[in-house]
Design a protein around this ligand. Structure first.
Ligand SMILES: Nc1nc2c(c(=O)[nH]1)N[C@H]1C(S)=C(S)[C@@H](COP(=O)(O)OP(=O)(O)OC[C@H]3O[C@@H](n4cnc5c(=O)[nH]c(N)nc54)[C@H](O)[C@@H]3O)O[C@H]1N2
Ligand SMILES: Nc1nc2c(c(=O)[nH]1)N[C@H]1C(S)=C(S)[C@@H](COP(=O)(O)OP(=O)(O)OC[C@H]3O[C@@H](n4cnc5c(=O)[nH]c(N)nc54)[C@H](O)[C@@H]3O)O[C@H]1N2
Ligand code: SF4
Ligand SMILES: [Mo]
Length: 670
């Protein structure tokens, strides 16, 4: 039997958005490989991408709709499931209005057509939405205030033009591995690599220097550097005068700091602060690669704004080889036409991060939540304060989860509707995190069992509810409607399908024309939008909430910083049942912490704070910030580790983001 190859793309919530080639034999997907023709991802896939095949054929994959009856799952027909769910929705709407139906979603798939969920709930008449982002909300808002929105340079610009690469809180080789060849190319030209991270990463050994701030204090680090640049007069005068507003106000704030003060707050030596500041201000091209880790703090938005300001004042914005890379929000789809927000008559927004509190607060009122839909997410595992999420979700009488696996959230549902994987559907993939290529997803195999694409499930429900015709188009028409704004650049659906991938935005150097997307059209050191939102117009440093300097009492009880960073071998919670994982998390601690706690390698340890506790096995590692502990996230509570019992559902300062890394814990031998 001949092997057929089909071009598709990785749907996972990742910077890279890889081009993929599926190998199909006899109707069965036998493997996927990286698409060698893809200009950015160049033929390689990470283990998570390759293991998507195992997710497709996994023995635990749910292949028929399920209904929970007396605590047990019972397979039901699509007809029955959709009829009964529609009935519950209708009843809830009649009694309490459409906002009695709530939708939580995350980015389990980066497909364009996944946005049809919004169309469904808008046509239903409205719903309770969850807004903000537990992933990167704070940083997005920060860059909106400073630049207008987040935009990145082409990866090639970094490879060819940067002199100094500052990897600031991004775990590049683990979470963004296709950046590696571009970094290597820059370094082989002589570019210097600097890491700013409390933890050691794979790249640490290749760096000329690593700065290790106390977690959550990077804003103070940026202010310290800014102060040194002011002292030396290393400011890009033309930029701050012609292309920016509010620089004088920002300077006034920076003058209230000294480098020594910044060193004291961050625990980074003053000489290192000066050393790095001089790299920013010495005429060299400095690329800053921000990660998402450093904004998952109560002060995360201001952290990103302070780093933006440092780069801006030193002339790194709009310059080849420079830039502050956080997001790349350049994809111009027509989401309005796809999602029809005008169709709704009622709407209520909870936030992703605090939804548990918000649900519990309305359940005894006239506007309760009666039906919950969860799509493309596993909030019971991934939201902070797991106990609260469970209590809130248990208070909702009808919970519908659309997914492939009975994970922590699936388990507590009343109806589980099995959807197709990327290999069984047609879509367009893109990532707003890094490069600007779109990729086409071609169907590779027939849907397994009775699984259906999300849109088809929603179409069925829309028909039951009487708005099937308004919801329905067909896959190609939806794509074409959403792609109308791209046609101006000659990008069409057919062409994208034919090529497999297309670069959707041409601008090798972000903001090179200095036409910013802010209200003033300039870079805003002082942001009118921030002020209008009730935030400080200029970025300012505040201590993280769970900090020895802000809350001594708390830090006495829980003296260690816990970073629950993204796992090497899973995309959040999505691969824990697919890969061989240890029974419990590895808890990486320093020799210093080992000394203080008497823990030794391999010890069973209780990691605990005022919110909860988890068990893990100790591994003593060297080099990291000495009071900082690392545990990879993504664990399944239903398999013994509910890691987010430890994290708080406090919001970040800007953008309704997460503060899950703003977290103190203690350790004890179990
Ligand atoms: N393998 C893998 N890849 C992934 C994912 C995955 O789960 N697994 N998830 C994807 C998703 S959803 C996302 S959002 C991205 C996340 O991608 P990243 O932002 O790279 O990942 P994080 O794990 O959030 O944190 C990155 C780094 O931030 C550091 N950090 C934490 N706190 C601080 C701080 O206060 N200051 C500084 N300077 N550094 C700090 C951590 O030590 C860590 O090395 O990755 C995507 N790619
Ligand atoms: N402690 C701690 N918690 C964290 C983080 C952290 O660093 N530390 N990181 C946070 C971040 S950055 C993120 S992005 C969130 C992630 O939070 P989630 O997005 O909730 O987590 P995932 O584990 O990626 O779950 C995605 C789910 O979508 C499903 N899925 C995949 N494709 C489709 C599809 O096409 N249709 C449907 N219906 N379902 C699909 C998958 O099977 C999976 O169950 O977690 C956050 N939580
Ligand atoms: S998870 Fe990211 S790096 Fe891995 S294959 Fe998918 S897009 Fe590529
Ligand atoms: Mo994320």
């Amino acid at each position: 039997m001949a092997v057929e190859t089909i071009r598709t793309a990785c749907p996972l919530d990742c910077w890279d958005c890889c081009g993929m080639i599926a190998h199909v034999e006899d109707g069965k997907l036998i493997k996927v490989e990286g698409d060698p023709d893809h200009p950015i991802t160049q033929g390689s896939l990470c283990i998570k991408g390759r293991k998507l095949v195992d997710r497709l054929y996994h023995e635990e994959r749910v292949l028929t709709p399920l209904k929970k009856v007396d605590g047990e799952w019972v397979p039901v027909t699509w007809e029955q499931a959709l009829r009964e769910i529609a009935e519950q929705m209708r009843q809830a709407k009649t009694e309490y209005g459409p906002t009695a139906v709530m939708h939580h979603y995350d980015y389990g798939s980066s497909g364009l057509l996944k946005n049809l969920e919004g169309r469904f709930f808008n046509l239903f008449g409205g719903f309770t939405d969850t807004i903000g982002s537990i992933c990167w909300g704070a940083g997005l808002e920060a860059q909106k205030y400073d630049f207008g929105f987040g935009k990145s340079h082409d990866p090639e610009d970094l490879a060819e033009h940067t002199d100094v690469i500052v990897v600031w809180g991004r775990n590049v080789s683990v979470t963004n591995m296709h950046m590696m060849p571009f970094l290597k190319q820059a370094m082989s030209r002589g570019a210097e690599l600097v890491i700013i991270d409390p933890l050691m990463t794979d790249l640490s050994a290749k760096a000329v220097k690593q700065l290790q701030p106390r977690p959550g204090t990077d804003g103070a680090l940026a202010v310290g550097m800014a102060r040194h640049l002011l002292d030396l007069g290393l400011i890009d005068r033309r930029f701050v005068e012609e292309h920016a507003v509010g620089f004088a106000e920002f300077v006034e704030y920076v003058q209230t700091w000294t480098v020594e003060q910044a060193a004291d707050v961050t625990e980074v030596p003053a000489d290192d602060i000066r050393w790095l500041a001089e790299r920013f201000g010495s005429g060299k091209a400095v690329t800053t690669l921000l990660g998402l880790g450093l904004q998952r703090y109560a002060n995360g938005g201001n952290t990103i704004r302070l780093i933006d300001a440092l780069a801006a004042m030193s002339g790194q914005v709009g310059r080849s080889g420079g830039g502050v890379h956080y997001a790349n929000q350049v994809h111009r789809f027509d989401y309005q036409t796809l999602m029809k927000p005008d169709a709704r008559t009622d709407y209520r927004a909870f936030t992703k991060i605090t939804q548990a509190d918000e649900i519990l607060a309305v359940q005894e009122t006239e506007q309760p939540v009666k039906v919950l839909f969860v799509t493309r997410g596993n909030p019971v595992a991934q939201l902070p304060e797991t106990g609260k999420t469970l209590a809130a979700y248990h208070s909702i009488p009808c919970k519908v989860v659309i997914d492939m696996f009975l994970h922590d959230t699936g388990m507590i549902a009343d109806y589980f509707l099995p959807c197709t994987t990327v290999f069984e559907e047609e879509d367009i993939m893109y990532s707003s995190m890094w490069h600007s290529y779109l990729a086409y997803v071609n169907p590779v195999v027939e849907p397994q069992g009775e699984t259906r694409p999300d849109w088809m499930i929603l179409q069925g429900l829309a028909e039951e509810l009487g708005f099937g015709a308004a919801f329905g188009r067909d896959v190609h028409t939806w794509m074409e409607e959403a792609m109308v704004p791209l046609q101006a650049d000659g990008i069409t659906r057919e062409q994208l399908q034919q090529n497999g991938f297309i670069k959707a935005h041409e601008e090798p150097v972000a903001w090179a024309d200095y036409q910013f997307g802010t209200p003033s059209g300039k870079y805003e050191f002082a942001s009118t939008l921030a002020a209008a939102d009730g935030a400080s117009s200029i970025p300012v440093y505040e201590e993280p909430v769970e900090s020895p300097r802000r809350n001594r009492e708390l830090a006495r009880k829980y003296p260690y910083h816990l970073l629950t960073i993204h796992p090497r071998r899973s995309l959040n919670s999505q691969h824990y049942h697919v890969m061989k994982m240890p029974e419990r998390p590895v808890v990486e601690i320093s020799a210093f912490v080992a000394g203080e706690t008497g823990l030794a390698d391999g010890d069973l340890v209780r990691v605990y704070n005022q919110r909860g506790e988890v068990l893990g096995n100790v591994k003593i590692v060297s080099g990291q910030h000495k009071r900082t502990i690392k545990i990879e996230e993504g664990w399944w509570g239903s398999r013994g580790t509910a890691l987010n019992l430890l994290t708080s559902n406090r919001r970040s300062d800007l953008g309704i983001g997460s503060a899950q890394y703003d977290c103190l814990v203690n350790l004890a031998k179990a």
